[in-house]
Design a protein. Sequence first.
Length: 151
Amino acid sequence: SRKDFESLTKAVVKSVKMNYYSRRLRWVALHTCLLLAFNRIQTGSAHFLKDDEQLYMSKFNDLISDSYSALESAPSALLAECRTSSTSSGQILPERIVTSSSSTVSSSLVSQQCGINDGYACVIPAGMTLRMESNLNVSALTVRGKVEWTD
């Protein structure tokens, strides 16, 4: 919990102050704090440790309540922007499944396969990872696999 994390952090800081001349102890204490910080997931005002899977799953619907993945639930301003763009007809686009010789595909390759003017909704299939190393400008994108950000 957050209180446990804060007390552990205070205890580590106190330990470091008490043993100021022990470089090894300071390094271990700092390393422990960093590990604890990196093992936490922060979503809005909710914080979870890496072992809090049950708690995370019980809160999942609340955590994603403001996200959307379909036209029916997208914000109206976003829908209006998409429907009035110069390349949009306001219709649902046919899908084009992205292909690659490996399980990872770059955003530049996806742009080549389904550019903004192609009139297709690009689909990253299950089992494939889209690696974002540049801007991706497509008419629509469905990700059934994974997305990896490189910045």
